[in-house]
Ligand binder design. Structure first.
Ligand code: GDP
Length: 307
């Protein structure tokens, strides 16, 4: 199975997927368009959430960062007039330091991610693949009532409040999917592609916008889990972004966004989605509050999609 992942929703689901599927079946392609260099280190929010979720150390209140972390370095830097654009915990920062040192030694982002996964004790058969090997080459920019803002500036500093008019991926035309990503999509020709319940526009969108990816997906069986329940995103700014891009904020809007290659959409048991769209719509409880919800959803996928 090939899983496309952003942060929050998909890492939540990975907790259950890890229990239900064999490790060697898991190839996780992760968004890197929100990556930023902060205080000399490369922060990869979505890769970090995937690593921490699979290692069982993620903070399950926020679904980013490491549980029980402290913020001594962040607070000390702030006192010394070096405010950082996002709160970085001390343990979390250790990941960024190791990643950046390895990158400076000449390792690729794919290799550094594999080293980190091993250090966190994640089974070495699980492949975590950054969408591209070029660090921070793509930046997600949000055109807002306050001007054009980097995604992190919009979401963290401005708390997602400004009106949104458009979302663009700066640098996407120069970015290449990593060799490992292309290889997994080409070689695992009969593997199912599962698009996790992440932000369609800013988490999955950049992966889809990389050269050649959509063409490869058209030949595969692609299933997605809706990150929208009812008429709202479960969390985060996905609703605002979908509206800005002209999509309805509903499971049907998600279907339309992925329409050109989507075969199956999993929506919430209380939601509706028009039939005769050419996409099979399956219903179940897709809200993940506890690990057991994640396992139940992973089992549902195994029984209903992998059969
Ligand atoms: P961001 O938070 O919008 O930047 O994007 P992420 O890719 O990190 O993931 C957030 C997405 O996950 C949002 O669109 C949420 O609606 C979705 N999400 C979070 N928790 C759940 C959940 O329990 N179930 C489902 N179906 N989606 C979820």
């Amino acid at each position: 199975m090939i899983i496309l992942s952003g942060g929050t929703g998909t890492p939540k689901l990975l907790v259950g997927i890890k229990k239900v599927f064999k490790e060697e079946e898991l190839n996780i392609i992760v968004n890197t368009a929100e990556d930023v260099w902060i205080s000399g280190n490369l922060v990869c929010p979505d890769i970090d959430s995937v690593l921490y979720a699979l290692a069982g150390v993620i903070d399950k209140n926020t679904w980013w960062g490491i549980k029980d972390d402290s913020f001594y370095t962040y607070n000390t830097l702030k006192r010394l007039n070096h405010g950082e654009p996002m709160m970085i915990g001390d343990k979390d920062r250790a990941t960024h330091i190791i990643r950046s040192e390895l990158l400076r030694e000449g390792k690729s982002l794919t290799e550094t991610t594999a080293v980190l996964a091993r250090s966190f004790g994640i089974h070495d058969k699980i492949r975590i693949l950054p969408m591209t090997d070029e660090p921070a080459i793509v930046s997600t920019m949000i055109l807002t009532s306050e001007g054009e803002l980097h995604f992190q500036e919009f979401w963290v500093a401005q708390k997602g409040e400004p009106d949104v008019f458009d979302v663009t991926f700066e640098g996407i035309e120069k970015a290449k999917p990593s060799e490992a990503v292309i290889q997994v999509l080409e070689k695992e020709s009969d593997a199912l592609v599962l698009i996790g319940p992440s932000n369609p526009i800013t988490s999955i969108g950049p992966i889809l916008a990389l050269r050649g990816i959509k063409e490869l997906l058209r030949w595969k069986i692609v299933a997605a889990i809706s990150p929208i329940i009812g008429t709202e995103a479960v969390s985060g700014p996905a609703g605002k972004f979908m509206r800005a891009k002209g999509f309805e904020v509903s499971p049907y809007g998600v279907l339309k966004y992925y329409e050109e290659f989507l075969d199956v959409l999993v929506i919430d048991k209380n939601d509706k989605c028009p039939v005769n769209t050419g996409v099979d719509v399956l219903k179940t409880d897709i809200m993940i509050k506890k690990d057991r919800d994640s396992k139940r959803l992973a089992l549902f996928l195994k029984r209903n999609i992998m059969k």
